[in-house]
Design a protein around this ligand. Structure first.
Ligand SMILES: CC(C)(COP(=O)(O)OP(=O)(O)OC[C@H]1O[C@@H](n2cnc3c(N)ncnc32)[C@H](O)[C@@H]1OP(=O)(O)O)[C@@H](O)C(=O)NCCC(=O)NCCS
Length: 326
């Protein structure tokens, strides 16, 4: 079996900052509530001209360059997103064109906040299949475009961003050590967008009832996230025959600082060993892990030889983990 490795990382973060104090002027909320319950202080919001493929292009070019490659070297493009530019064509195809990549396969997949983890596992499988050398994996979201800015229970949580990596063959002991994925569709209606698909197509009524916006039963999702992320973290370690003590860095999906702290405590990791971006970026769904990874690699926290455990949970429900030796 070929060992897969992340060869380069990148991110695309919108410039506009929306703080909790800005939100205080929009809905009945407070900076204190948001910080205490979520850990979020601000998030980034893209402008009306920017769609997911634009953020993905910035992140991808950075990842490709940091891998020492050009877009011509990419031979498969995988994009995890729940906020594509359009229902079709896929954001991956739009990205292929914007990158000036060759006419290589490109497709989107929907795994909610676990999107990037699902993408990494697919990339590993494709590499083992043998036909692909350099696979671009992107997690990108424009959640501000599906957020109900009148619903205080959700609008304080989300932000926009893209993160990307290039996956290729490892020539040494570094690379992906183990992976784990799961899903449970029976709980899908706890976090979803009711209308706009084939179940409830867009009508004046769905618009009037605000059914094209994200809906979430926060409490229920919280409980499920804690359990699934704990299980996913332990499964990745078990499959790699490693223990909690072997983890140098934890990169959890950034949904709530209380979930992140719970996971860190369970793994007996101090906060300094956990990559946290939620205070600055909020929950960016599929983009949260690859942007956190890109930041920690670019600022030198993650170094060669470090064991990095990435754990996610999201709409579907979906969950999963990837353990990497950097
Ligand atoms: C959304 C979330 C932050 C809410 O936190 P919570 O502690 O569960 O809060 P609750 O929903 O129980 O609400 C508590 C109270 O705060 C109120 N509230 C909700 N949003 C508020 C806001 N933005 N500002 C002020 N008060 C708010 C509620 O109305 C409720 O008031 P009540 O007690 O008078 O009814 C939390 O449930 C969460 O993070 N969920 C998981 C998200 C997740 O993991 N997603 C993963 C996939 S993306």
């Amino acid at each position: 079996m070929v060992r897969s490795k992340i060869l380069g990382v990148g991110m695309g973060i919108p410039e506009r900052v929306l703080t909790n104090f800005d939100l205080e002027k929009m809905v009945d909320t407070s900076d204190e509530w948001i910080v205490q319950r979520t850990g979020i202080r601000e998030r980034r919001i893209s402008d009306t001209q920017t769609a997911s493929s634009d953020l993905a292009t910035v992140a991808s070019l950075q990842a490709i360059e940091s891998a020492g490659l050009t877009p011509q070297d990419i031979d498969l493009i995988l994009v995890g997103t729940v906020t594509p530019d359009t229902l079709f064509p896929s954001t991956a195809c739009l990205l292929q064109h914007k990158l000036g990549a060759r006419q290589v396969p490109a497709y989107d997949f929907s795994a909610g906040c676990t999107g990037f983890i699902y993408g990494l596992v697919m990339a590993e499988s494709f590499l083992n299949y043998g036909s692909y050398q350099h696979i671009l994996v992107v997690g990108v979201e424009s959640l501000s475009k599906i957020t109900d800015w009148e619903d205080r229970s959700t609008c304080v949580l989300f932000g926009d961003a893209a993160g990307a990596v290039v996956v290729g063959k490892s020539e040494d002991a570094s690379g992906i050590l183990s992976t784990y994925l799961g899903a449970d569709g029976s709980l899908g209606n706890l976090l979803y967008i009711p209308a706009g698909g084939s179940r409830l197509p867009a009508t004046q009524r769905t618009l009037d009832q605000r059914q094209h916006y994200l809906k979430m039963e926060g409490n229920e999702v919280f409980k499920a996230a804690v359990n699934a992320m704990k299980m996913s973290a332990m499964q990745a370690l078990k499959k790699a025959k490693m223990s909690k003590e072997d983890v140098d860095w934890l990169i959890p999906h950034q949904a709530n600082i209380r979930i992140i702290d719970f996971l860190a405590k369970m793994l007996k990791l101090p906060r300094e060993k956990v990559i946290v971006t939620i205070d600055k970026l909020g929950n960016t769904s599929a983009a949260s892990i690859p942007t956190a990874l890109a930041m920690a690699v670019q600022d030198g926290r993650i170094k060669p030889g470090h064991n990095v455990l990435m754990v996610a949970f999201g709409a579907g429900f979906t969950w999963g983990s990837v353990l990497v030796r950097w």
